[in-house]
Design a protein. Structure first.
Length: 413
């Protein structure tokens, strides 16, 4: 082939800009959502509410931002991920600002629960699905970098929220977070694109050979994918895991305060989850590319469960910090691996739609788990039962995934 007709690899593969946009959207969305633990005490105080009823605010948001993927995923497959990401960031910003203006806990349910829940739900699955299409050889690594936005947001945003609450009050803190979501989230969402073929490229930046017809992506139809044994097993495992998945994000700070840890140190524990989560997303996603993503996911479920056992025995800052970091590592690996495993099993044609259906499993567990843990504390004065129940559920999830078959090539068409 002559040099005039040889395909040229772009100097900067746009897939990495898609990764950067996805990173920022998840940093803003989940980072804002995971500040909630810092707001539990002032919301309880100002609205004279129980810990269980305040926890329901986060559970409603979590249910929506995972459950909405079943709608936002297919919309992204049809219309593109960029528009969904921009809409999601607008809703997130509006929900946070409205929460800061709320005069009752019911209004916080509506503002935070619906605004942040719908906002993250509209953007999360579309941007994760977009990243999967841009990579093959380094899919786990790219996906890990993208979703590490959640970990970095978990590290940065709760301490920022705590500082804003201490300096200006919880209402002003929510308004500032909303403005940041609008500026950063919307601006970076504009980098998201659905498919490298729209730029005349193949995944990983490989140029399209001249004269070669543009091939449609391979993959299962949605109905065939969700009816398969592999999907059903993965779904059930995620349901079990998700009952305890977000309990630390809501209750770790109140738990630490109950055990005499200072407010600043207690909020720092959520940031330590973010540090571990960031490390897990960067390094375990890449490791999963080599060891097999099914085996890696099994290890993530088991690791989250066993780290919960550390929490059950911890009563001071440093043991809680060990738990927070360990939990964060395995949680981050779980979030990084799941989308790539879906791509392995079912192909790229409908990957956003299939991920969206799968994440409804996490939605149901998130709706129940943090709220049940809060009411368990209100009833017994202890978190031991929900922590140990989360440990058992995580181990069961690991057993289910270990029994799944290895990924096979998706059919054409």
């Amino acid at each position: 082939m002559s040099s005039q007709t040889a395909p040229i690899r772009p100097r900067l593969f746009h897939g990495w800009l898609v990764v950067a946009g996805a990173f920022a959207v998840m940093f803003v969305g989940f980072g804002s959502a995971y500040t909630f633990s810092a707001f539990v005490e002032p919301l309880q105080r100002d609205f004279a509410a129980s810990r269980g009823s305040v926890s329901l605010v986060f559970s409603l948001a979590g249910f929506l931002y995972f459950g909405l993927g079943v709608i936002s995923g297919p919309l992204a497959d049809r219309w593109g991920s960029k528009s969904l990401a921009v809409i999601g960031m607008l809703l997130t910003a509006g929900g946070l600002i409205a929460a800061g203006l709320a005069t009752s806990l019911v209004q916080v349910y509506l503002a935070y629960g619906l605004g942040v829940g719908l906002g993250v739900g509209a953007s999360y699955v579309p941007v994760v699905g977009a990243v999967q299409r841009w990579f093959v050889r380094r899919r786990g690594f790219a996906s890990g970098i993208a979703v590490s936005g959640i970990g970095v947001g978990t590290l940065a945003m709760p301490p920022l929220a705590a500082a804003l609450i201490a300096g200006f009050g919880w209402r002003q803190a929510y308004i500032v977070l909303g403005l940041l979501a609008a500026l950063i989230g919307i601006g970076m969402a504009l980098l998201i694109e659905n498919d490298p073929r729209d730029r005349g490229l193949n995944p990983d930046g490989d140029p399209v050979e001249p004269g070669v017809a543009r091939a449609a992506p391979e993959g299962f139809p949605v109905r065939a994918a969700v009816g398969s044994g592999r999907f059903v097993g993965l779904y059930i495992a995620c349901v079990f895991c998700s009952f305890g998945l977000f309990v630390p994000f809501v209750h770790l700070v109140p738990y630490a305060l109950d055990h005499g840890v200072a407010q600043g140190s207690a909020v720092l524990l959520v940031g330590i989850i973010g540090i571990g989560s960031t490390a897990g997303r960067f390094f375990l996603g890449d490791l999963a590319d080599r060891m097999g993503r099914k085996n890696a996911l099994t290890a993530m479920f088991a690791g989250m469960a066993l780290s919960m056992a550390i929490w059950a025995l911890a009563g001071s800052f440093w043991p809680l910090a060990v738990f927070a970091f360990a939990y964060g590592v395995f949680y981050g690996g779980f979030v990084a691996i799941i989308p790539s495993l879906v791509m392995d099993y079912f192909g790229g044609r409908n990957v956003s739609s299939i991920i969206g259906v799968l994440y409804t499993s996490v939605a149901f567990g998130t709706l129940v788990g943090p709220t049940a843990a809060g009411f368990a504390f209100d009833f017994s004065g202890s978190y031991q039962v929900p922590i140990l129940a989360s440990t058992a559920a995580g181990l069961l999830a690991a057993v289910i995934v270990a029994a799944l078959p290895k990924a096979a090539g998706a059919p054409r068409g």
